[in-house]
Design a protein around this ligand. Structure first.
Ligand SMILES: *Cc1c(COP(=O)(O)O)cnc(C)c1O
Length: 375
């Protein structure tokens, strides 16, 4: 009989229990305030998050998908526009592009870092496929917790006069050349889904930008286009961060740096164990910090590796098993860059993610390491 999983791959409940008293007090404060949507907690969270990031402005919204879609709307990207992004990501990244009526065009990732391949993007921008609308934005995904190749991608987008939008849903607090991700492109979109490095206890999202006019427009777009109550200057949506989640997020923000440091410590322990296995540790990009939303390994024999971990009581997961361009909803109709998505398809067959959350105990980490050494 296979023993039950004793070390889960993720455990959002552990994050709540670790700060239960503080979170409960924040929830009580929000409940007792009598004000539940777009109030003091949300404003304070936006201020505190922007200050922590080093961004001029932060704008809360309902989830990470909406954060991306709102940025696109705020930059007038919609029908008649194409947006380049990756296929090796949460389907949300691509869904956001279609939500605003734009056409996604999917670019491959680099084999070692799993982030947008700048050479393939350059080839796409230089030679866009016939029939594709003009490419008006690039969404880079800082996958698993570290920066995409911004040293090449930022100047490339600049050359083509296209805004670079950062999908930071997995990279809260990661840095590139000493600056936090989400502050380097035109705007950064963060999911605050419970398992993310900064997670609400429900849905949430936030946008960072240093473009004050854009932030102002986003504040209107997230609520029916209102600049003033009941006055819709332009058509907007309903995508708000509620006061309860904002109050919870204010608590969790104060623990985020420590949580990321703990993730890095766990990653170093895994690295040492992987070094004496047949597998290879995740590649870190020079000049960037990695906040290990996921600790991802790859194996041509993934199924048996995951089965052996399971026998040792260790959970694992796959991020992501089916790339967007191979999903039934997108296959055959979604555009790809001329160079195709071969590294993406290969990665989807081989990657797997180890247990990774700050509340893992040293004993649990050692148990994972013991299992890794035998692989
Ligand atoms: C989680 C995630 C999203 C979507 O966020 P939601 O809050 O679930 O809408 C988008 N992009 C990436 C890379 C993600 O990991």
């Amino acid at each position: 009989m296979i023993p039950p999983i004793v070390i889960p791959q993720a455990d959002p409940g552990a994050g709540y229990r670790a700060h239960k008293a503080e979170i409960d007090a924040a929830v009580a404060r929000a409940l007792e305030s009598g004000w539940y949507i777009l109030g003091r907690e949300g404003e304070a969270f936006e201020r505190e998050f922007a200050a922590w990031l080093g961004a001029e402005q932060a704008v809360g919204c309902a989830n990470g998908t909406d954060a991306l879609a709102l940025i696109l709307r705020g930059l007038d990207i919609g029908p008649g526009c194409a947006v380049a992004t990756v296929s090796h990501t949460a389907v949300a990244t691509v869904a956001a592009v279609e939500m605003v009526g734009a056409v996604p065009v999917l670019v491959d990732v680099a084999r070692d870092t799993y982030t947008l391949d700048p050479t393939d993007l350059a080839a796409l921008l230089e030679n866009p496929p016939a029939g594709l609308p003009p490419i008006r934005a690039v969404i880079v995904v800082h996958l698993y917790g570290q920066a995409a190749d911004l040293g090449v991608l930022l100047p490339l987008c600049e050359t083509f006069g296209i805004p670079l939008i950062e999908d930071c849903a997995q990279a809260h607090g990661a840095e590139w050349q000493g600056r936090k991700l989400g502050t380097l492109g035109r705007a950064g979109a963060y999911s605050l889904y419970p398992t993310k490095n900064l997670g609400a206890l429900g849905d949430g999202g936030v946008i960072a930008t240093s473009d004050v006019a854009l932030a102002e427009r986003l504040r209107a777009l997230r609520q029916y286009g209102w600049k003033e109550r009941y006055v819709s200057a332009e058509a907007g949506v309903n995508s708000r961060l509620d006061e309860l989640q904002a109050a919870i997020l204010r608590v969790r923000l104060t623990h985020l740096d420590a949580g990321n440091a703990r993730r890095q410590e766990i990653a170093r322990a895994y690295d040492a164990a992987v070094a004496v296995s047949s597998l290879s540790a995740p590649v870190r990009r020079n000049g960037s910090t990695h906040v290990f939303h996921q600790y991802v390994l790859r194996s041509a024999d993934r199924a048996s590796v995951q089965a052996r971990l399971k026998e040792a009581g260790i959970g694992s997961n796959i991020h992501y098993p089916v790339p967007v361009h191979e999903q039934a909803a997108y296959a055959g109709r979604v555009a790809q860059a001329p160079s195709g998505c071969t590294q993406t398809s290969a990665a989807a067959k081989e990657v797997f993610s180890l247990p990774m959350f700050p509340e893992l105990t040293d004993a649990q980490v050692e148990r994972v390491c013991a299992a890794l050494r035998g692989l």
